[in-house]
Structures are given as structure tokens and as C-alpha cells.
Design a protein around this ligand. Structure first.
Ligand code: GDP
Length: 197
């Protein structure tokens, strides 16, 4: 039965590998650079205003947040990256946490959701995150967020640039999305449900 994304609760935060969840339930791992709208996308999926904290001062908390959906799967909010003002120590903490999450926890990832900004060419960090999802072997969904900020005629070229930069193939899934307007929500929910089958 399809997951009810309207039924959601905060589960836990993990700042160290000891706190990673490995209870066998499906995990949808959400990644993206700071300010790309990752919190907004998660909140849109679950119809909540502030489950994931929008506008959280970027880089202040290097931790993984788990939200339980319908008592049957987790939305995993991976810490954002690429915020210029973050200290070197914080960057290293982020890298260590991600490394262990992908090393020890990769088999727990049911689907990876990489959120990029439809207005911009994906960054080097986006490419690194994309390669981690690839190497983990999980299905990956690329979400091109903030589509409401583009004119209709700009959408196709923007999607093509993302495809080219991330070297996506025909089979790779790229979902145009707007956390602001709700565009792409049902498609993304459908894809996440399918990943669990
Ligand atoms: P995060 O750092 O990736 O979690 O990003 P946030 O969810 O905090 O969003 C960063 C900013 O982008 C906020 O001001 C949001 O309101 C805005 N934002 C997020 N998604 C969208 C979108 O789809 N369209 C528009 N226009 N703004 C968005």
C-alpha cells in the first residue's frame, strides 16, 4: 500500500555513526547544497510548514535528521553542503559524517534524492554527492527545485544543463519541482513509493 506522507513524525538526529538508524525500514536520503530548498521540499512532501527547519542557519548543525513516514519508512535529511561561511573544522565534520553514512549505511538507502537548483549549473559538490549516490548502488532521483523562478521557455534548457553536468543518461530520473507551488510533488511521491516495492 502506498505510503501516507501526511503521517510523519520526527524520529531522531544523528551526529555520529553510532546514532545511524538501521532498523530495516526503507530510507529515502535527501541531499543538497545549503539553501537549495531541501527543507522546503521535505515539508512540501509531508504537507507540513516546518517539520524540516527552513532557513536554518546554514552549516550550524552537521547532523542527519530522520523522520518516520507512515510508521513504515524514513525521510533522511542529510546535512546541506557548500555554504561558503562554514569553518574548515565543520566541513571536515560534514565529510566524515557523510563518508561513514555512505560507507556503513549505504545498504540502508532505498532511494537517494539529490536536490539541485534548476536555475544553476550543478556545483562540484553536487557532482560529488551524485557520485556517492551512484556508487552506493541505490536508485537516485534528481529533483530540480525552484522551477517557479523560471519562465516556461527557460525550463528545458535548464534541465538539459543539469543532465549534461551530472552526466545523466536517458534512464536517470530528473523531476522538475517547486517546493513553493507543489509542482512535482505527486511524481516524487510516486517514485519513492515505487522504490519500496
Ligand atoms: P535548505 O537550506 O536547502 O533546507 O533550504 P530551505 O528549504 O531553507 O530554502 C531556502 C530558501 O529558498 C527559503 O527562502 C525558501 O523559501 C526558498 N525556496 C525553497 N524552495 C523554493 C521553491 O521551490 N521556489 C521558491 N521560489 N523558493 C524556494
Amino acid at each position: 500500500m502506498a505510503l501516507n506522507f501526511g503521517k510523519v513524525a520526527y524520529s531522531r538526529s544523528a551526529g555520529t555513526p553510532a546514532d545511524f538508524l538501521r532498523d530495516g525500514l526503507p530510507q529515502f536520503a535527501f541531499a543538497g547544497r545549503s539553501n537549495v530548498g531541501k527543507s522546503s521540499v521535505i515539508n512540501r512532501l509531508v504537507n507540513r510548514k516546518n517539520l524540516a527547519y527552513v532557513g536554518a542557519s546554514p552549516g550550524k548543525t552537521t547532523q542527519i535528521n530522520y523522520f518516520l513516514v507512515d510508521d513504515r519508512a524514513y525521510l533522511v535529511d542529510l546535512p546541506g553542503y557548500g555554504y561558503a561561511k562554514v569553518s574548515q573544522a565543520e566541513k571536515e565534520r560534514w565529510a566524515r559524517l557523510m563518508e561513514t553514512y555512505f560507507q556503513d549505511g549505504a545498504d540502508a538507502i532505498t532511494a537517494g534524492v539529490l536536490i539541485v537548483d534548476i536555475r544553476h549549473k550543478p556545483t562540484e559538490n553536487d557532482r560529488v554527492m551524485h557520485s556517492w549516490f551512484r556508487e552506493s548502488g541505490c536508485p537516485e532521483i534528481i529533483v530540480a527545485n525552484k522551477i517557479d523562478k523560471l519562465k516556461r521557455s527557460q525550463v528545458e534548457p535548464a534541465l538539459a544543463l543539469i543532465r549534461e553536468t551530472l552526466e545523466l543518461t536517458e534512464e536517470d530520473i530528473l523531476v522538475p519541482f517547486s517546493a513553493e507551488k507543489g509542482t512535482g510533488k505527486e511524481e516524487l511521491i510516486g517514485l519513492l513509493n515505487r522504490a519500496c516495492e
